[in-house]
Design a protein around this ligand. Structure first.
Ligand SMILES: Cc1cc2nc3c(=O)[nH]c(=O)nc-3n(C[C@H](O)[C@H](O)[C@H](O)COP(=O)(O)OP(=O)(O)OC[C@H]3O[C@@H](n4cnc5c(N)ncnc54)[C@H](O)[C@@H]3O)c2cc1C
Length: 398
């Protein structure tokens, strides 16, 4: 009888264990979890609602949401992607609903629904769950894996490593010792602190569609931007933090961001300005919240009471500049409470992405955030955990 061990009782580990047992009912499947509870990140995810996946059904579009791993995940998504996640949960009586921005949540809007589903599945299938069982060492001999767990040595035929991300490289040393290439972990998905910027006065204001780039960088990210009492947040900022996680860590989170407040080209701004005639400048034509509009006008010293036809060339240029290239100084970051992940982990060059099997050791599989894969906010991180967990489970059982 095949013995399969899953290291880690998170989303990826549960998906892997359930899938392994569903594909090989005779196998003994054990989840070894170091803490005294499982699925703790699922519990707090998505502000307690668990953003399970995203209603993005094109694999190439889906891949664009992963600053690290997107290209490689294309192979894995070919086997199991967002549609499969929705069906998988549906078959287990958990229906998901889609919000306007494509994020998908259980209809209960409670992460506990996902936890209940995964826990009742492991009970139904007879998967053993061993809590307070930290794996401290793996020994590989004659196609058998021996795990050091507390004072015991446990042997298995197949191993699924799904122990999540580590904020420090020291937490991944045991994998480096086995020969794996590990990318240095740094945080991803954080908001920007702007201690010296007066725009914080506008906390709570949302600009609906901006584009943001860090100064000196060509790549821009767009979407809503939220002004907070410490600086800036919202999808455009979080995406920037994810795509530039490594550069920003290198800069010790001291850098400048450039905001285009309506994500328009110079020509589009000029055309709209040209259409305003004798209307008052205070009435903003760019769909920006009025407090923000007045703040920007004040910043470039333009009288909001005058009309567009009274705006001289010099003022027009100043206005264009603040609308398109508004610069803010960032000093530090704040964790985004709804979702954060680690960039870095086991290099995908060590993994067969069709099966999630290690290229270094046949019989070892990897799943979830332990891998050098991370997505932007919106359900993409769990999707990577479901996909890699499914593939690791299925292929370890075959
Ligand atoms: C606050 C917050 C909110 C989030 N919200 C969302 C969201 O709404 N949508 C989304 O897509 N993503 C979200 N994420 C990201 C998502 O939670 C993770 O990407 C996902 O949980 C990773 O799953 P995992 O199973 O790989 O790792 P984890 O969930 O970290 O699970 C790993 C498990 O392994 C155990 N473990 C570690 N080492 C050992 C060892 N040596 N032996 C035994 N066990 C071990 C750990 O205790 C842990 O239980 C959120 C993250 C956070 C922090």
């Amino acid at each position: 009888m095949k013995r399969i061990a899953v290291i880690g009782g998170g989303a990826a580990g549960f998906m892997a264990a359930i899938t392994a047992k569903e594909h090989e009912t005779k196998a003994t499947v054990v989840i070894l979890e170091k803490s005294d509870k499982t699925l703790s990140k699922v519990k707090i995810s998505g502000g307690g609602r668990c953003n399970v996946t995203n209603a993005c059904f094109s694999i190439s579009d889906l891949c664009k949401n992963y600053p690290r791993g997107g290209r490689e995940l294309k192979k894995s998504f070919g086997h199991f992607y967002t549609k499969d996640t929705i069906e998988w949960f549906e078959k287990k009586d958990v229906e998901l609903h889609t919000e306007k921005d494509n994020r998908m949540f259980p209809i209960s809007n409670q992460s506990q629904t996902i936890i209940d589903c995964l826990q009742s599945e492991i009970k139904r299938l007879g998967i053993r769950l061993s809590l307070k069982s930290p794996v401290s060492k793996i020994t590989i001999e004659n196609n058998e894996f021996t795990l050091a767990v507390n004072q015991e040595s446990l042997s298995f035929d197949k191993l699924i490593i799904a122990c999540g991300g580590s904020p420090k490289i020291s937490g991944l040393k045991w994998l480096q010792e086995l020969g794996y290439v590990v990318a240095d972990p740094v945080p991803s998905l954080f908001t920007f602190n702007m201690p010296t910027e007066s725009i914080k006065e506008l906390m709570g204001v949302v600009a609906p569609n901006v584009s943001v780039k860090t100064q000196g960088n060509k790549q821009k990210q767009n979407g809503p931007l939220l002004i907070t009492h410490w600086g800036m947040s919202g999808p455009a900022i979080l995406k920037t933090s994810a795509f530039e996680a490594r550069t920003l860590a290198h800069l010790n989170y001291q850098f400048k961001v450039q905001v285009n407040w309506s994500d328009l080209s110079e020509q589009d701004y000029l055309e709209t300005i040209g259409e305003q005639g004798d209307k008052k400048i205070a009435k903003n034509p760019f769909n920006l919240p009025s407090r923000l509009w007045l703040f920007l006008l004040k910043k470039v010293d333009i009288n909001s009471e005058s009309t567009w036809s009274q705006l001289g060339k010099k003022n027009k240029n100043r206005l264009l500049n603040v609308l398109m290239n508004d610069v803010y100084e960032v000093s530090g970051k704040t964790t985004f409470k709804e979702e954060f992940v680690t960039c870095g982990g086991v290099s995908l060059s060590n993994i067969n992405m069709q099966t999630m099997e290690s290229k270094l050791h046949a019989g070892i599989y990897f799943a979830g955030e332990i891998l050098d894969i991370d997505g932007v906010t919106g359900g993409f991180n769990f999707q990577a955990a479901w996909t890699t967990g499914f593939l690791a489970g299925k292929n370890s059982a075959s």
